[in-house]
Ligand binder design. Sequence first.
Ligand SMILES: [Zn+2]
Length: 455
Amino acid sequence: MLRLHDTASGLVRELAQRDPGEVSLYVCGPTVYDLPHIGHGRSILTFDILRRFLEWSGVRVRHVSNVTDIDDNIIKRADVLGEDAAEVARRYEAEWWAAVDRLGALRPTDAPRATSFVGRMIEVVEELIERGVAYETSDGVYLAVEEVEGYGLLAQQDLRQLRTTERVDEGRQEEKRSPLDFVLWKLAKPGEPTWPSPWGAGRPGWHTECVAMSLDLLGDGFDLHAGGLDLKFPHHENERAQAVVLGRRFAQHWMHHAFVVDPSGEKMSKSLGNFSSLTDLLERVDRRAYRLLLLQAHYRSPVLVDTDSVGAAERSLGTLDRLARRAVEADLDPEAPLDRAALEPWVAAMEDDLNTVRALALVFDWAREANAALDAGRADEAARLVRLVREATGAVGLDLEGTAEEVDPAALDLATARDTAREARDWVAADRLRDELVSRGWTVEDTPQGTRLRR
Ligand SMILES: [Zn+2]
């Protein structure tokens, strides 16, 4: 059974399943007004690793992740670009899914857009007003956090501390009962996209969006609510506050991952680090290197992302890829039976709050032993160890080099011819050879070492 750190209790505890055999997971998704950054990549990969491991363990995962397609930032961006907010949102939503695909992550099982849930959000706000904890001001409807029992649970601070340490600048402060009160419904300014409501035309607040969608799609008492550490407060606290007032059983477990940092140790922003964006990173290195880099750290620890750290991860990946190729060359049995007893410590590490650091160390031990067994001509032992490596890497979405070249010599010839054409700057021929490879079912990637093929 997987044990995970739970932010609400501060404990590492078993991830209980409301419906046996299935985990219901809600991950806060993107606000689509810009290209995804490297920190988003960590979020996507962290929850992809979690999901894949659960699925590998035989558990179904219902993975809901919202798309915030109406928000102040989107409206601002649309103003700057002179475009319609909905257009801007659709374009960046497409960029988001492209990044998810390029990272090799699974798309959520449900990815509802906020704009398709406005009616439900209005019902939530109405009910919060009926229960006497929400109030209207001249710019919207707010929730009075002082009325919510246990407010501050996720922040692990009480209200008094929160009042002095946290700043929530939303709305007209002079009209709010407490500076921590947050907006449920925001009245529109002229020219902004609007939906009609009992309080006037406007749009829902972000915290209301997630509570409405998670409860609607996953039901009361769903298993796990997840996001980056920056969402713990106020976003998740405020989602939870609404559920408490509504008398609904909310998420039973809260998971938060740490940030990516630049070489100075600062939380990475767009201007820092030596990758300018997630796309930049994915264009410059093997996409699996970022996944491996994250697996080399615990998800609750900051990860340094720069060309050195990603480059080192790429080299480590090379070690595993070389073993996979060697196994094909040595004609090892790819169907060697899985040594479940040997895999056990790896499973135990993963189930211990996703201790991927320990789990990955085992994988590299097996790889070293497999190479030694190959050197010594002990084929059966090598096959057993390679099978362990493949199982444990595949379970977390780290597919080793498809060993394409060895398996398909014709494809290798085409790839070599393409490299020659590229060296000669014969782009027409290079493109034609690429199309040929694609039509044979290969994904063609350019690397500093030349064409790389993957199924
Ligand atoms: Zn959310």
